[in-house]
Design a protein around this ligand. Structure first.
Ligand code: NOJ
Length: 994
């Protein structure tokens, strides 16, 4: 589509907003007939031409964001400013680790008090939780406008969807009062090392660890809870509408209190203004990370203008942003309101549990001197301002002190990522769309022909009959079972898309059910909400409704849809509504329990993908396979059930580059099973870009190629040599390292540690690496990848955080830090290093799918550090069922000891009822090779090593096996290979090199 055509389409949209012609955040349907005619949009005419920034609000266009920024500006600029929030000292109570009280907000115009019930809970885990509600809304003493049926309360159910950990108070927390400075102090946390100082007037809360202040609430006085009030109609003088009126009368700006228009839609706001905002300062911290999802750097930027800073806050309002821009704080498809602040020696974090539209401003204030006297060691403070449209204030505080502690505590609170099925971490092939069952089977065959490993074939929306989910296009997919069986022959799976919009049409039992059972999201008048998405007119299943979840589950039973190797992709669940405000639902829509969509928007996608997860769990009685669900929209807690990807990126180098910090950010934000469309969704990558993208994608936790319907076919075997061969090598490298990846997933599933880790996380004391976000460590394996993300590169510069030797993965070239080193990176080379001191488990036999590798032997790569030691681990289970929960797994620790010159395998597992059975099954799986990198020269003449193995037959218990030593030379480390030590992977053993 030419730009001119696009522009004329744009005019059409502006003129006929209600006519539903906007598709997916600014793509235009130039379909065959006028809207409203019984015609399905012609998706093939969708083009990726331009970003539609104007479809999305800036802070200035978002009433509550604008009001709170203005409030903050007044507070910050006036020397006489006093925050109107004071804690009523007489109201304070403390028991079982929880402080309760009432914060009084003084309303300046009437001098009346608004009562705001406060709780501060000091959790057993060492985290603290602060909530603030509004009495009048809580008790329903308010009136709603427009006869709205909405709940009167501020939304207080986010925790129900997000929190799985224990939030009861700690018995160990101890309160003391300080009458002199009018504050209450609570000591809590490990050995009482944490302290919260709650100042009454003005109300502030300061969090200390070991006497040092790390986090302060309301230090700048931006706390703002817009209390309920009656609408008073005012006479508006000409020229003094809106903001001008406020300026004229020197009162609050009411222009967006009662309704708010944007893009042709008006939000009726029956509850009036109800935003909640707070400033949170991290004294002495220069770097903050987190609050995904944004196409931006890992270390978050300042947002109030100036050199290199954004002018808008980071926004969290899950949305289908068409052709998103890079280096931008604009919202994207998902949001996690967790922010970590980091400096040498300390990491702390806050989790703002609010599911409404949220904006976060960041400002760094630098002072020449550090504030030692206040116990603050850094010279920069990061000041943040959190602004949500509605809901209660609910904030968790984590005092670290390490990034690992933060992820552990956050994971215990919101859940760890699940152990995935093995296939889910292998290679996925997708495009919009494989056009027929034959097409799918043909692609599957070609992967075999070209000897490229593949685990999953994906189907996008075109497999359905007229965009009706749970149906198959009868012409193009006449025999879905045959197709599924075909891919299953090599242990491959299918993932098919199921979206939350249900086509509003006749003779479609699913929509009839949805309506007759009243399971759809309602509009503000309580009728099933109708909007536009892929199928045209649609309704949306309301998964806040437990009955809708039960119904949804029933649709996935094998007798209704799918086969044992079918898994599910949930897309468009922000939700994306083509003709809705900002491409989503109106905020005054109503969900189950009459909660307004405004209150729960960012949770919407999570409730949907959780329902799908439940559905996959209950497809057949007794079938206990781990579900696989991919989601586009997400919130805190999504990590428990799903993988995510970064949505509709573009086949450009910049998009490849930004995928690295985006995936890293997901990891540190507790949602590590993440990836980006390999090759870029929109457009056609050059062969070089596509090849580099495969090399990068092999290091995403979720590794899937996907492409827009208008892009040219680009399965890796189509590129021709040398590209096909290089992409094949990248995919094979992923398969070779699957044991290391699976072990990294296990660490994430049990401790919350990211699967791919940024430098600051892996080396928290390396100050030079705090803003390094273009290289990634794979779990605790010591593997460090630096994907090439620029055109024509022949080398890359890698930041090494410490003085350990780092070895090239392929040829053992040795690099030493700390600092930057230059590593060759011609097209056929992935810059991948192994840090000295680690042992990496691999499986070296190329297979067609990961399922076929199940009984394959292992290789252990022992990478000696400067002292000659190394350590690593392996986690292994059946990669499919939940039997690991009953002990059906292997977890080994490998260590090479420089003193004894021996490599040992010891058990890290806890036994369960299924342990013995699993170990028996794995008895024949052995270590077939040990490679020692940086092998000592004295092994040069050595021809064998001694192997001893527990529980082996007498003849095998102690034996000699061959060793070969290889000279490195010209900057390369020497290495030694133990050929077929034959020790069991699940057994205890020792190999003596002395
Ligand atoms: C939008 C998704 O982001 C994209 O991956 C998918 O191909 C299209 N929807 C069509 O389903």
């Amino acid at each position: 589509m030419s730009v001119n055509k696009c522009l004329s389409a744009q005019k059409l949209v502006v003129g006929q907003q209600a006519g539903s012609r906007v598709l997916s955040g600014g793509a235009f349907w130039l379909g065959r007939g006028p809207v409203g005619m019984d015609d399905t949009p012609d998706l093939r005419s969708l083009q990726s031409v331009m970003v539609k920034r104007e479809n999305f609000k800036t802070c200035t266009q978002s009433g509550f964001c604008h009001r709170n920024r203005a409030y903050a500006d007044t507070a910050a600029s006036s020397s006489t400013w006093e925050t109107p929030y004071n804690l009523d000292s007489s109201s304070i109570k403390f028991s079982n680790g929880q402080l309760t009280g009432t914060v009084l907000k003084t309303v300046s115009s009437t001098s009346e008090f608004v009562l705001l019930p406060l709780t501060i809970t000091f959790l057993e885990s060492g985290s603290a939780r602060v909530t603030l509600d509004e009495k009048k809304r809580q008790t329903g003493e308010i009136e709603l406008r427009h006869d709205s049926k909405a709940q009167k309360k501020r939304y207080d159910e986010a925790a129900k969807h997000v929190i799985v950990g224990d939030v009861s108070g700690s018995k160990g927390a101890a309160l003391s009062r300080d009458t002199e400075d009018g504050s209450t102090r609570v000591h809590y946390g490990p050995a009482g090392a944490f302290e919260a100082i709650i100042k009454h007037s003005p109300f502030t809360v300061e969090f200390k660890r070991d006497g040092e202040t790390h986090i302060v609430f309301n230090e700048r006085g931006f706390l703002n809870m817009e209390h309920w009030r009656l609408e008073v109609k005012k006479e508006v003088k000409e020229g003094e509408e809106g903001e001008n009126a406020a300026v004229a009368e020197n009162v609050e700006d009411e222009s967006t209190w009662w309704d708010e228009a944007f893009g042709g839609a008006t939000d009726s706001k029956p509850k009036g203004p109800e935003s909640v905002a707070l400033d949170i300062t991290f004294p002495g911290y220069e770097h903050v990370y987190g609050i995904p999802e944004h196409a931006s750097s890992l270390s978050l930027k300042e947002t109030r203008g100036g050199n290199g800073a954004y002018s808008d806050p980071y926004r969290l309002y899950n949305a289908d942003v068409f052709e998103y821009e890079l280096d931008n704080p604009m919202t994207l498809y998902g949001g996690i309101p967790l922010m970590q602040a980091h400096r040498k020696g300390s990491t702390v974090a806050v989790f703002w549990l609010n599911a409404a539209e949220t904006w976060v401003d960041i400002v760094k204030s630098r002072s020449a001197v550090n504030k030692m006297s206040l116990g603050i060691t850094g010279t920069t403070d990061t000041q943040t301002h959190w602004i949500s449209e509605s809901g209660i204030l609910d904030v968790f505080v984590f005092l670290g002190p390490t990034p690992k502690d933060i992820n552990q505590a956050y994971g215990e609170l919101t859940g760890f990522t699940q152990m995935p099925q093995q296939f889910a971490i292998a290679y996925h092939q997708s495009r919009w769309n494989y056009v027929s069952g034959e097409d799918v089977m043909d692609v599957d065959r070609k992967f075999d022909k070209f000897k490229i490993p593949l685990d999953v074939m994906w189907l996008d929306i075109e497999y359905t009959h007229e965009k009706k989910y749970f149906t198959w296009d009868p012409l193009m997919f006449p025999d879905p079972k045959k197709m599924h069986d075909h891919v299953a022959a090599r242990d491959r799976k299918m993932v098919v898309i199921i979206d939350p919009h249900i086509k509003n049409t006749d003779n479609y039992p699913i929509v009839e059910d949805l309506k007759s059972k009243d399971l759809a999201t309602h509009n503000k008048d309580g009728k099933p909400y109708e909007g536009w998405c892929w199928p045209g007119s649609s309704h949306w299943v309301d998964c806040f409704n437990p009955k809708a979840i039960e119904w949804w589950k029933s649709l996935f039973k094998y007798d209704k849809f799918g086969y044992p190797n079918t898994y599910i992709w949930n897309d468009m669940n922000e939700p994306s509504v083509f003709n809705g405000p900002e491409t989503t639902m109106p905020k005054d829509n109503l969900h189950h329990g009459n909660w307004e969509h405004r209150d729960v928007h960012n949770l919407n996608g999570l409730t949907f993908h959780n329902a799908t997860y439940q559905a996959l769990l209950s497809r057949a009685k007794g079938e206990l396979k781990r579900p696989f669900v991919l989601t586009r929209a997400f919130f805190a807690g999504s990590q428990r059930t799903t993988a995510m990807w970064t949505g509709d990126n573009t086949a450009e180098w910049g998009h490849l580059a930004v995928s690295i910090p985006m995936v890293l950010n997901q990891g540190i934000s507790g949602y590590p099973f993440a990836g980006a469309d390999v090759g870029g969704f929109f457009g056609n990558p050059s062969k070089e870009l596509q090849t580099r993208w495969y090399q990068a994608g092999a290091f995403y936790p979720f590794f899937r190629a996907h492409a827009h319907i208008d892009s040219r076919r680009r399965e890796p075997y189509l590129a021709g040599e040398p590209y096909t061969g290089i992409m094949t090598q990248a995919i094979r490298l992923r398969y070779q390292l699957l044991p290391a990846w699976y072990t990294a997933f296990h660490e994430a599933a049990t401790s919350g540690a990211p699967i791919v880790r940024p430098n600051f996380w892996a080396f928290p004391a390396d100050e030079k690496g705090f803003d390094v976000d273009d290289q990634l460590y794979i779990g605790s394996t010591g593997l460090l990848a630096k994907p090439v993300v620029t055109e024509g590169a022949e080398s890359v510069s890698i930041h090494l955080p410490d003085a350990e030797p780092y070895y090239d993965y392929f040829d053992y070239t040795t690099y030493r830090g700390p600092g930057s080193v230059t590593v060759p990176a011609p097209l056929d080379k992935i810059p991948l290093l192994m840090r000295g001191g680690h042992i990496i488990p691999r499986r070296d036999r190329p297979r067609r799918s990961s399922g076929l590798m199940k009984w394959d032997p292992f290789t252990l790569v022992v990478v000696l550090d400067s002292q000659g030691n190394a350590e690593g681990s392996l986690y292994l289970d059946d990669g499919e069922s939940f039997e690991y929960q009953q002990g059906a797994y292997i977890h080994r620790r490998f260590s090479f000891d420089a003193q004894t010159k021996s490599l040992t395998s010891t058990d890290l597992a806890s036994k369960g009822p299924k342990t013995a059975e699993w170990l028996k099954k794995m008895a024949g799986v052995r270590v077939e090779k040990v490679v020692v990198v940086n092998a000592p020269t004295e092994w040069r003449e050595k021809e064998s090593v001694r192997v001893s193995e527990e529980g082996a037959k007498e003849s095998r218990r102690r034996r000699e096996v061959g060793l070969s030593w290889h000279e490195g030379g010209s900057g390369k480390a020497s290495w030694a290979v133990v050929r077929d030590p034959g020790v069991g992977i699940g057994k205890g053993w020792r190999i003596d090199f002395s």
